[in-house]
Design a protein around this ligand. Structure first.
Ligand SMILES: [Zn+2]
Ligand SMILES: [Zn+2]
Length: 166
């Protein structure tokens, strides 16, 4: 069955003041899916905006990386003076299975609601671009700093939310 998950995330801080770093969400995200193709729960799958399929990382023992039915169906970002927010809808194919390693039936709700989002920026001091990421399992709040000039880019205070819509 086709499932849709809503992913929301936000960063706060002085995003448009002095030392503007043009912080933005990148086109790629990684999301933990209970994969009915390699029959393992909580597999990291890579979704890219505009791509017609997703890439499942498979598992170390057994199934190799493989493409799978999944896509980013919607991707809306809001860039304000003090808040950068993302709302993405991710479609993926799901079917019941028993986990190949543990033998446990895959739960109906996602077993590992985990996501990693990528952040891009441009440092006005170094005149170079940089990258950072946000993910579910981090201690918060913490300050995201520029890899070039060490300025605080934003504060990551809110855990990205993953919600199954259908
Ligand atoms: Zn898989
Ligand atoms: Zn910088």
């Amino acid at each position: 069955m086709l499932r849709t998950a809503e992913i929301t995330a936000e960063l706060t801080g002085q995003l448009k003041g002095d030392g503007f770093h043009a912080l933005h969400f990148g086109p790629r995200l990684e999301f933990a899916v209970d994969c009915c193709i390699c029959e393992r729960t909580g597999r990291t799958q890579v979704f890219e905006r505009g791509a017609e399929r997703a890439l499942c990382s498979g598992s170390r023992s057994g199934f190799a990386r493989h493409y799978t039915a999944g896509r980013i169906a919607a991707y809306d970002t809001t860039a304000g003076a003090e808040r950068l927010a993302l709302r993405a809808l991710v479609d993926f194919w799901w079917a019941p299975f028993e986990d190949k390693k543990t033998g446990a039936p895959c739960p109906a709700a996602p077993s590992h609601p985990w996501v990693r989002l990528h952040i891009g920026y441009h440092c006005p001091m170094a005149k170079e671009s940089g990258r950072a990421s946000l993910q579910t399992n981090l201690a918060r709040p913490y300050d995201l700093r520029c890899g070039h000039c060490d300025a605080v880019l934003a504060t990551d205070a809110t855990t990205p939310a993953v919600r199954l819509l259908a």
